[in-house]
Design a protein around this ligand. Structure first.
Ligand SMILES: Nc1nc2c(c(=O)[nH]1)N[C@H]1C(S)=C(S)[C@@H](COP(=O)(O)O)O[C@H]1N2
Ligand SMILES: [Mo]
Length: 221
């Protein structure tokens, strides 16, 4: 276990000591202790804040949209698949430093789901919940309406597998990967941002890659 922790710390070159410690503790909760390091995982590391997450089949899966909306809805996977899809190919970037370049994600723009639900005047933010029963995330309404924020159904041109948060996860392309909540089950429109799971442990709520969490990279075009 000591060796495992040292390995994760070394991988987190770009992160501050606090964040390395937080996600090292997280990796320890992986029951096998190995999943994140196994070859054949395409460069991703497996993360979950709970020891096991029950699988949701395509037939069982639902996504609820509620809160400050005129038309609350519960979508099944087939409903989401029938909506407009957008495909993005960008680098996945975890706040501890590991990254997966040129990764295709595809799904329904979150803005489409918000428009379908009819966001009420006065709404300011969106809160995400997960069927792992523990993880939460949140975005301002302006962030949530960006065209590079998806309710993702596909990763690397395949249905998202359970380990990666399938059948449906959030994908917030311009932010560190902790914003991309796995096992997405609820979208609630709210009047204020409610900091998510890791943000209660010191991560920035506005998690822009390169300009948050202690990073101030030179601007790129
Ligand atoms: N539900 C849930 N979503 C989550 C997490 C988590 O622990 N639980 N971890 C986050 C973090 S810190 C990262 S880096 C990515 C990891 O995604 P992966 O397991 O598909 O590599 O998921 C994010 N979304
Ligand atoms: Mo992460």
């Amino acid at each position: 276990m000591v060796l495992g922790l040292l390995g994760l710390g070394a991988a987190g070159v770009a992160a501050g000591p606090f964040l390395q410690r937080v996600e090292s503790g997280l990796a320890q909760r992986d029951p096998s202790g190995l999943a994140g390091l196994l070859p054949g995982n395409n460069g991703f590391r497996y993360y979950s804040v709970v020891t096991s997450v029950p699988e949701r089949s395509a037939a069982d899966y639902t996504l609820t949209v509620d809160g400050l909306v005129d038309r609350p809805a519960t979508h099944r996977l087939a409903d989401l698949q029938a909506m407009p899809q957008r495909r993005l190919v960008k680098d996945v970037q975890c706040v501890t430093g590991w990254r997966v370049p040129d990764t295709p994600f595809e799904g329904v723009p979150l803005a489409h789901l918000l428009d379908a639900a009819g966001v009420r005047p006065g709404a300011k933010a969106v809160r995400f919940s997960c069927f792992d029963g523990a993880y939460t995330e949140s975005l301002t309404l302006d962030q949530a309406r960006r065209d590079d924020v998806l309710v993702a159904l596909r990763l690397q041109d395949q249905p998202i597998g359970h380990q990666h948060g399938g059948p449906v996860r959030l994908y917030v392309a311009p932010m560190y990967f902790y914003k991309s909540a796995k096992w997405l089950s609820g979208i609630t429109v709210t009047d204020a941002v409610q900091p998510g799971y890791w943000e209660g442990n010191g991560y920035d709520v506005d998690a822009w890659v390169g300009r948050s969490n202690g990073r101030d990279d030179a601007p790129t075009s």
